[in-house]
Design a protein around this ligand. Structure first.
Ligand SMILES: [Zn+2]
Length: 523
């Protein structure tokens, strides 16, 4: 018995069957019913959302023998041939494999001739952004003066790469990615229709893995059916997709809610011991937090089949909405920074410790430094270092009185102004800077910016004052000037005392013109 893949078997044949693109369907249906036809349509959207499917339905609407309408009959020869992919007046081109101008010119020359069987010649050009510049030019000529019987339907995942001259001649529709809930619903319809047994949790997993693409969701469902010997159950699907029940992360969130640092680190170690991907763990953590936020605002929206729903809702009750938002942000940023971390385990624990540092609970317990070895990929020091570093977040860097060092941490114009100032006075939360009176205009234009930059480096509360007056040589620019002069003198002396240079000057009348110290640091 031949098996037809689900994505093909369940490909929508009419607007009514198309899932999740109601806005496009409505606009196209109205245009068709009112006879307001356009010569070129552009469908944009990520892969698998139904661009070419929509294009083929449109081709049926235009060529159905019952007449142009939004509801083609589906049984006339034109409808059936379009469905089977052998209608002579439907020309489908995959630009990804067909970019040359000669091909395009050949195809377009034929556009001039009247359709053979249908009412319209429909050109579907998929991945149109892949066409060469010359091919676009050839197409543009036809688009500028389109024969009445020609309709172009262009599809692309990357409209930015389509020349604006082409874009401006197209009626553009953006197809949306489908939310997992909608995809899961459709999978339910498909499996009910096929008479295949399933567990709802499995469909949620498949829908999430498909990331907005119905085609991918149906292909994955095909695989899940094969993997599960004809049925789609949650655990085999999870195994097939390589995903782990998100519930394994609940103990982490519970440790955070208890502000229990040692337990948090033990849970992180447990994840390392199971050799799970830290990237996937942070992604799952963000999803769990999203579910928690949902539980806090729209409890009914949390699906009944979410694993450990009761535990999740209990956590949502214990954690403030702002904290959930903050944790979510820390998790997504932590995932982004994972590749910059010394190693993935350090990046993962640092992300958890950052959450702990921001936990609203008054008292945060940290382990007495007694780290355990948790596996080759987890260096013994990382737990210890991270645990010590974490409490520093949120505390303010104290000004140690080293104005020179502080001024070097600035950038841009305010760094130049700072270089001209010397420290006249300072206290725990106070800094007075003095600069020469002839720099007043620079102070007027950049003084407030310098204050803001220093407050950013020190503390928002620090008070900064300026006074005009003669400096005593302690301004960073003066210090650097003296250092440069000393290095220059040293360089000149060393060159002029060099026996080879002395010989050149004495015996060959050479002149030394330009001496620079080696490795001159940037001012
Ligand atoms: Zn028909």
């Amino acid at each position: 018995m031949s098996y037809q893949v689900l994505a093909r078997k369940w490909r929508p044949k009419s607007f009514a069957e198309l899932i999740g693109q109601e806005h496009v369907v409505r606009a196209l249906s109205n245009a068709l019913e009112q006879g307001r036809l356009h010569h070129a349509y552009l469908f944009t959207g990520t892969r698998g959302v139904g661009k070419t499917t929509l294009a083929r339905i449109l081709a049926r609407c235009l060529n159905c023998e019952a007449g142009v309408s939004a509801k083609p009959c589906g049984i006339c020869p034109a409808c059936q041939q379009i469905e089977a992919g052998r209608f002579v007046d439907l020309i489908e081109i995959d630009a990804a494999s067909y970019t040359g101008v000669d091909n395009m010119r050949e195809v377009l020359e034929n556009a001039q001739y009247a359709p053979t069987a249908g009412r319209y010649k429909v050109y579907i050009i998929d991945e149109v952004h892949m066409l060469s510049k010359n091919a676009f030019n050839a197409m543009l000529k036809t688009l500028e003066e389109p024969p009445a019987h020609v309709v172009f339907v262009l599809a692309t995942t990357d409209p930015q790469k389509v020349p604006v001259t082409v874009l401006s001649r197209c009626l553009q529709f953006n197809l949306k990615q489908m939310p997992p809930g909608q995809v899961a619903n459709h999978l339910r319809t498909v499996l009910d229709g096929e008479g295949i047994a399933y567990e709802p949790g499995a469909l949620n997993l498949l829908a999430r893995a498909a990331a907005g693409s119905m085609r991918d969701a149906l292909s994955l469902t095909d695989q899940a059916i094969a993997y599960g010997s004809g049925e789609v159950h949650e655990q085999p699907t999870r195994d097939m997709l390589g995903t782990v029940d998100q519930a394994y992360l609940l103990p982490l969130l519970e440790a955070l809610a208890d502000a229990d640092g040692p337990r948090l680190m033990r849970e992180a170690e447990a994840i390392a011991e199971r050799s799970l991907s830290f990237d996937a763990a942070l992604q799952d953590l963000a999803l769990l937090l999203q579910q928690m936020a949902l539980a806090q605002t729209v409890p009914d929206a949390v699906a009944d089949d979410v694993p450990e729903r009761a535990r999740l809702c209990a956590l949502a009750e214990r954690t403030g909405p702002e904290t959930v938002q903050l944790y979510y942000q820390i998790a997504t940023l932590g995932r982004r920074d994972l590749e910059l971390a010394p190693d993935e385990y350090a990046g993962f624990t640092m992300t958890l410790l950052r959450m702990l540092a921001f936990a609203p609970a008054g008292e945060i317990r940290f382990a007495a430094a007694k780290p355990k070895v948790v596996g080759a990929s987890a260096p013994i020091g990382s737990v210890q270092i991270a645990a010590q570093a974490a409490p520093a977040i949120a505390t303010v860097a104290a000004f140690d009185g080293d104005w020179f060092a502080l001024s070097r941490r600035l950038t841009g114009g305010v760094k130049q102004l700072a270089a001209l100032c010397e420290m006249a006075d300072h206290g725990a939360n106070f800094l007075k800077l003095r600069l020469p009176a002839d720099q007043k205009s620079l102070l007027d234009s950049l003084g407030e910016k310098l204050k803001a930059a220093l407050r950013k480096l020190l503390s928002p509360a620090v008070r900064i004052e300026f006074e005009l007056g003669a400096t005593s040589g302690a301004a960073p620019a003066e210090i650097v000037g003296r250092q440069q002069a000393a290095r220059q003198a040293e360089a000149e002396a060393s060159v002029m005392n060099d026996p080879f240079v002395q010989t050149m000057v004495r015996d060959f009348d050479a002149t030394v013109t330009n001496i620079k110290p080696i490795g001159e640091p940037a001012p």
